[in-house]
Design a protein around this ligand. Structure first.
Ligand code: CP
Length: 324
């Protein structure tokens, strides 16, 4: 039996999901299962096993209506490393411009024999809409300011690998909380695993209503910094803002940017994360982004393993049943 089959085992019977739409609907056990399998995939990839033929014969389509560097490439690599075929759909050159609806476009793509659609769209709820209309698996790669579940999972995986636990840690999400799908997925996932979560940023981007999700909110990074174990620095999402929520980028960087002076006031072992893309000099200065406390590139590495785990759980189980 191949090493990967021995280490992974079959897709557990407790995993019954066809889609990954958000972390809100996953249980703590489901999140832990994904993280456990992602750790196995990371280990196997580290042993020079760049290809694990667990999804041979499957086809995944990336359907991205927003730009992406990390997520699209990471999903494509994950699928290919599992032996699946991948196709990148290009919205700008598709028949959407001729008046075809989004759902019709997706149904036509599915009719070509696709097993999974990985979708990113500026409109919240788009993955749910596809899941209601397609028979194949749908994976949310970011829907507006709603959720970005694999980003949340890879952030949590990185924290867990660096700290050995999630429970009891204080994790601060800093920045444009109002427009951040990463913030929402982090909150759902981290809270389910027992972390204390603080959302922090200007009052125009951090509503007191976040407390309804069981998180603390703060308008002062300097006030919370001494008790924070993990800092996740979220990008200011200018493309989703109708009006500028603070007087200047310089003022934002002064109040909320992570820099050497602030690092000196933080816990010595503080872990710095950023989902990327980062605006150097705004959320974080280059010396901190590239410094020893930063796990920003480790997050990207973990992203491939997390996406392999998710694709394998969603497609591997049913695939095995069909082969038997
Ligand atoms: N973190 C993230 O989603 O990055 P991309 O927009 O590059 O995919």
């Amino acid at each position: 039996m191949a090493t990967e089959t021995i280490e992974l085992g079959p897709v557990p019977a407790c995993w019954t999901r066809r889609h990954l739409l958000g972390l809100e609907e996953l249980s703590a056990d489901e999140i832990l299962l994904i993280l456990e399998k992602a750790a196995v995939f990371k280990r196997l990839l580290g042993q020079e096993q760049k290809r694990l033929p667990l999804l041979t014969g499957k086809t995944c389509v990336t359907l991205f209506f927003e730009n992406s560097t990390r997520t699209r490439t990471s999903f494509s690599l994950a699928a290919r490393r599992l032996g699946a075929d991948t196709v990148d759909f290009s919205a700008s050159t598709s028949s959407l411009s001729k008046g075809e609806t989004f759902v019709d476009t997706a149904k036509n793509i599915e009719a070509m024999g696709v097993d999974a659609v990985i979708v990113r769209h500026r409109t919240p709820g788009t993955p749910q809409l596809l899941a209601q209309n397609l028979r194949c698996s749908v994976l949310n790669a970011g829907d507006g300011a709603h959720e970005h579940p694999t980003q949340g999972l890879l952030d949590i995986m990185t924290i867990r690998q660096r700290r050995g636990k999630i429970e009891g840690l204080t994790v601060a999400l800093v920045g444009d909380i109002a427009h951040s799908r990463t913030a929402r997925s982090n909150i759902w996932g981290l809270k389910k695993l027992g972390a204390n979560v603080i959302v922090c940023g200007p009052s125009t981007l951090v509503s007191p209503r976040w407390a309804e999700l069981g998180v603390e909110y703060s308008y002062s990074l300097d006030a919370i910094l001494p008790r924070v174990d993990v800092l996740n620095l979220l990008r200011i999402q200018f493309e989703r803002q109708y009006t500028r929520p603070f007087p200047s980028v310089r003022e934002y960087a002064h109040l909320y940017g992570m820099n050497r002076d602030r690092l000196a006031k933080a816990k010595p072992d503080i872990l710095i994360l950023a989902p990327g893309p980062i605006n150097r000099g705004v959320e974080v200065t280059p010396d901190v982004a590239d410094g020893p406390q930063s796990a920003i590139l480790e997050q990207v590495t973990n992203g491939v393993a997390v996406r392999m785990a998710v694709l394998w759980l969603l497609l591997g189980g049913r695939g095995q049943e069909m082969r038997d």
